[in-house]
Design a binder for this molecule. Sequence first.
Ligand code: HEC
Ligand SMILES: [Cu+2]
Length: 338
Amino acid sequence: MVVGGVVASAVGIALALAIDWFPTLASTQAGKVHTLYDVLLIASVPIFVLVLTVVIGAVIQFRMRPGQEDQDGPPIHGNTLLEVVWTAVPALLILGLCAYSYVVLRDIEEAPASERQEMTIGVTGQQFAWTFTYPKEIAGGEKPLSTTELVLPVDRPVKFDIQAKDVIHDFWVPEFSVKLDAVPGITTSYRITPDRRGTYPVVCAELCGLGHSVMRSRVRVVTPDEFDAWLQEQSQPAVPEGADESQLAAAGKQVFAGSAGCGACHTLADAGTNGQIGPDLDEVLKGVSEDKIRTDIVDPEAEIAEGYGAGVMPTNFEQTLSASELDALVAYLKEATQ
Ligand code: HEC
Ligand SMILES: [Cu+2]
């Protein structure tokens, strides 16, 4: 049994470590979480194997043979030493692992040495969309900047202040290896330092209603220069002052397919999107007035399209889109669906 157990443990640990459990690691915290996970695997695989080996060995060794049907087993009254050992060893092991996990948690939650370097970004979950808010000191404008896409400069620590407007959501970027619930009424927060450029998904990891599976956004980790350029771009109005009709529609198309994320749920041939969660806008918006289109966007609950559920389309577009973006979006939808 011992030989079998040792061999099976070695194979089990090798297998467990060979499996690629994690996505690309893209934050300084992710590496520490990954190491913790490996240590937990190395500690738990031999225990799993030991228990199974003893169970299987005992079943084979002590099985009932023909002619033993009426016999009883030997009367055993326990073994104090054995019981002390099998209680003490797991208790020590668990204490050790708890201490190590605690050290890792302290470590990844620690504030960076220089507070000034850290950037605090608000994250708001609402059925079924994420909104990110950059404070005005970072946005460089007169008011905070709200976006539906998260953009972060590489190697700069961030603290997320997470809130929810309606039900519990959960803010998760798998590549950062940290996630936390967004709970209505309180602010929760965590820190990460992205250390790898790239585009990663933002996922809601708490079942939050009908549109939960589409409650996704993305995070782009970029160079500091690209980040500054992006901030500049955001502070410019999406729609130029005094735009003529075709400029307005072009801006509206960008809002539709880009920042507002309408295309994830709606099909619209002109914008090349094929979302299936909401009605096909090519069909349902034919001949519909601009006023009605506007109401559909800012107050989706006012009238629920037939055959679709209420509470799926986000109800916060009036807050996340500027007035001119909304105008452009309505003008674009009117033009594209006639
Ligand atoms: C999470 C998915 C989702 C997103 C994102 C979304 N919608 Fe919707 N939308 C729906 C669903 C579901 C309905 C049907 C239920 C209802 O009327 O509220 C709908 C309804 C509509 C309607 C009314 C259709 C009709 O039959 O009258 C319009 C117009 C519309 N959406 C436009 C938009 C625009 C523009 C955006 C982006 C600013 C957007 N939607 C974003 C899911 C979504
Ligand atoms: Cu959610």
